[in-house]
Design a protein. Structure first.
Length: 246
């Protein structure tokens, strides 16, 4: 049975300073699946991810969220944006405690404290952060801070999670811990995940589908195993060969 399409880009293009960063991109993301976007530096991966997260509007084309054309509603699409969680490469935390970082968003949305505190406690426990609840955010390790970022986002129960190089600055142990949390989020909550990564091993471990971008275009896409084992496009083949050499 086909899964519903929850997020898609149609003919999306974007320029900056006369340079086309994203070039007529079409892509679709099915409910409950994990996608990895890979490619060389400057390929347009993060720019595309920001469009998918409704953080920016492309110069041309459309972004659909559950069938709704978000570009037609821009910038009045806050309610739609709340369905999407976005994790940056470098955690964006308030200079306060871990507890307050996870609690802040719920408080800003006006939820009563009697409902907020149990949600925060449950989220900290789920992400192995309960023992750090009173710790100041600026005293956290990189891995701990990224876990707090995930908890901040997941407390809102988004249906889609976008991650931009979430482990790029982490050591191997913390990288594997974050990957396991991403895997659990997908498997236990059925959340659609789109991950930008430079790590082909990470893409192989986590994703069902792989998207290869180069010079602002989607050059090749398909099941992760198929693209990695039998790439069809010369640019994909060249990129994978260079990564294997490195």
């Amino acid at each position: 049975m086909a899964r519903p399409i929850v997020l898609s880009a149609q003919e999306v293009s974007h320029w900056r300073n006369g340079v086309r960063l994203v070039d007529r991109v079409d892509c679709r993301f099915e409910a409950g699946r994990v996608y990895a976007i890979v490619g060389p530096n400057g390929a347009g991966k993060t720019t595309l991810l920001r469009f998918l997260g409704l953080l920016e509007k492309p110069d041309q084309g459309q972004i659909f969220l559950n069938g709704v054309d978000t570009t037609a509603r821009w910038p009045d699409c806050l309610a739609l944006r709340r369905q999407i969680g976005f994790i940056h490469q470098h955690p964006v935390l308030f200079r306060t405690s871990v507890w307050e970082n996870v609690r802040a968003g719920l408080r800003f949305r006006g939820q009563p404290r009697s409902l907020i505190d149990p949600q925060v406690q449950a989220m900290l426990s789920a992400f192995g952060l309960a023992h750090l609840a009173r710790r100041a955010s600026d005293s956290l390790s990189g891995g701990e801070a990224q876990k707090v970022s995930l908890a901040q986002v997941m407390v809102f129960a988004p249906s889609i999670l976008l991650l931009d190089e979430p482990t790029a600055s982490l050591d191997p142990r913390n990288t594997l811990e974050i990957e396991e949390l991403i895997r659990v989020i997908n498997q236990q909550h059925g959340i659609t995940i789109v991950l930008v990564t430079h790590d082909l091993g990470q893409a192989e471990r986590l994703s069902d589908e792989l998207i290869f971008m180069c010079q602002g275009q989607i050059v090749e896409s398909g099941s992760t195993r198929t693209v990695l084992d039998n790439p069809q496009e010369p640019r994909t083949q060249s990129f994978l060969c260079r990564q294997l050499v490195l």
